[in-house]
Design a protein around this ligand. Structure first.
Ligand code: AMP
Length: 474
């Protein structure tokens, strides 16, 4: 399957791919498209950036093209659930792009915008509905949508939906779907809860796993700058002025932190904008639009807001704060090095974040190159205050999710991976490339045993959130 022509997709779809200049299917597309075309359920282990949207959208469009019929009023034939508004918007765009010669009807159901238009969109029935779970449930409850005609369900970024507390919403939605349907579940990681969900909701699924974290990560040149917390702002300005030639995406852990970074950049005469859950949908769309169009060079974002951002021009990802969830690091740096390009990820790490760094290195199985700019490198590490796994609420439009919070706190991971190995204080990344290459061999030689690269590892007791601890911090 080295060409899209080999799949037997309908001509209008092939034409759209020619328009898009897609020549070769990506690995997830090669694996998933024939399976989905055959009508099987699928569990796809893939991150954004692997081409997974087309992997499910193309065969779904093929099905719609082969059997054109209008769904009944308020109904849809294909339902795609995704965790965030941004990702949902991008998925809808993809369906419209790939389906432009098929002539499908489609709509978006997301929080943060008035319901009226969504109710009207649904009124006459649709081929494809892309939704975040919270708003869809609201519409279900007000009888604005019916799900009894759904032929295909896609759960995209299932692990992220779990993180965001959507699992009960998803169950409630799936309970309204016909039992006879095709279900496609995509997830970057496979924590136990998602494996359980798949076992309950999918029928004899084919498992397709591509691009383990480590091999995606390896296209990105990564390094860490150890720094004092108060020096981060000046460091960011230095990096943006001195090194970044393209666009950069700067990550902070909190919404407040994102705003603060933007203020300090403005103060230094650097234009930047923030997107996060406190911004209105209009603001988010305006800022993202400017970033996509290349008019905005620096975007500061929290993890949730940046989820699914697909902008080819991002040359640098800068972790102003290290994420306390190691998988977020992988999602973050995946915003650069899109579609085969190379990218740079620079992480600022202060003393309190060293445990996060160890968790990240353990997950990606790469010891990151490190420059030490702390004023007192020998200061003893204070244990990070509390590694709460944050409550992530962007998709719920700021509402409580109904109490499905996950228990416990983030566990401090053991650190055996680095014991006894002196930290190098190096410039350049030859060492990293060497280690990446070794890592790649390990991955390639053992594609089935993804656990060896930390990607599919059995979850250590998963770090959980407590109540609403950080509900509004993102
Ligand atoms: P996704 O993983 O679905 O977010 O896709 C990542 C990026 O790859 C998007 O910009 C897609 O437009 C692009 N893409 C997907 N499939 C292909 C392909 N076969 N050839 C070239 N670009 C692709």
């Amino acid at each position: 399957m080295n060409s899209f022509n080999d799949f037997g997709l309908a001509e209008p779809i092939i034409r759209a791919l020619v328009n898009e200049q897609y020549v070769t299917p990506t690995p997830i597309q090669k694996d998933a498209i024939p399976v989905v075309l055959a009508g099987r359920d699928i569990v796809g282990i893939a991150q954004t950036g692997t081409g997974k949207t087309a992997a499910f959208a193309l065969p779904i469009l093929n099905r719609l093209a082969a059997n054109p019929r209008r769904a009944d009023k308020k109904s849809c034939r294909v339902l795609v659930l995704s965790p965030t508004r941004e990702l949902s918007g991008q998925i809808l765009d993809s369906f419209r792009t790939y389906g432009r010669h098929v002539g499908i009807s489609s709509a978006l159901v997301i929080g943060g915008v008035p319901m009226g238009r969504q109710v009207r969109d649904l009124m006459h029935g649709l081929d494809v509905l892309v939704a975040t779970p919270g708003r869809l449930l609201d519409l279900l409850r007000s009888n604005a949508v019916r799900l009894n005609q759904v032929d295909v369900l896609v759960l995209d970024e299932a692990d992220r939906m779990l993180d965001m507390g959507f699992i009960h919403d998803i169950r409630a939605i799936v309970a309204k779907l016909p039992k006879e349907r095709q279900t496609l579940l995509f997830s970057a990681t496979m924590p136990r809860e998602i494996a359980d969900l798949a076992a309950q909701m999918l029928r004899d699924p084919v498992r397709v796993a591509v691009t383990p974290v480590a091999s995606t990560v390896e296209r990105v040149s990564q390094r860490v700058i150890m720094t004092d917390k108060p020096a981060k702002s000046a460091l960011l300005i230095e990096v943006l002025r001195g090194e970044v030639k393209g666009q950069s995406l700067v990550f902070t852990r909190t919404k407040h932190g994102a705003d603060k970074v933007v203020r300090s950049l403005h103060h230094a005469g650097i234009s930047a904008e923030a997107i996060h859950g406190n911004k209105s949908q209009n603001q988010r769309e305006r800022v993202l639009g400017a970033f996509r169009a290349g008019k905005l060079r620096t975007l500061v974002a929290t993890d949730i807001a940046a989820r699914g951002i697909d902008v080819d021009g991002i040359s640098h990802v800068i972790n102003y704060d290290l994420p306390n969830i190691p998988e977020s690091y992988v999602h973050r740096i995946g915003r650069t090095a899109r579609a085969g390009a190379e990218g740079v990820a620079i992480s600022f790490c202060d003393n309190e974040e060293r445990a996060f760094l160890r968790d990240i290195e353990k997950l990606i199985q790469i010891k990151l190159d490190l420059t030490d700019r702390r004023s007192n490198p020998h200061a003893s590490e204070r244990p990070p205050a509390k590694h709460h796994r944050p409550q992530q609420n962007a998709g719920r439009n700021g509402r409580n999710n109904g109490g499905q919070h996950r228990n416990g706190q983030q566990q401090r991971r053991n650190e055996h991976g680095h014991q006894g190995k002196p930290r190098r204080n190096e410039q350049g990344n030859q060492g990293q490339q060497r280690r990446n290459a070794q890592n790649h061999v390990a991955v390639a030689a053992n594609p089935d045993n993804i656990a060896t690269v930390g990607f599919m590892r059995q979850p250590e007791p998963r770090r959980h959130i407590t109540g609403d601890a950080n509900r509004n911090s993102r």
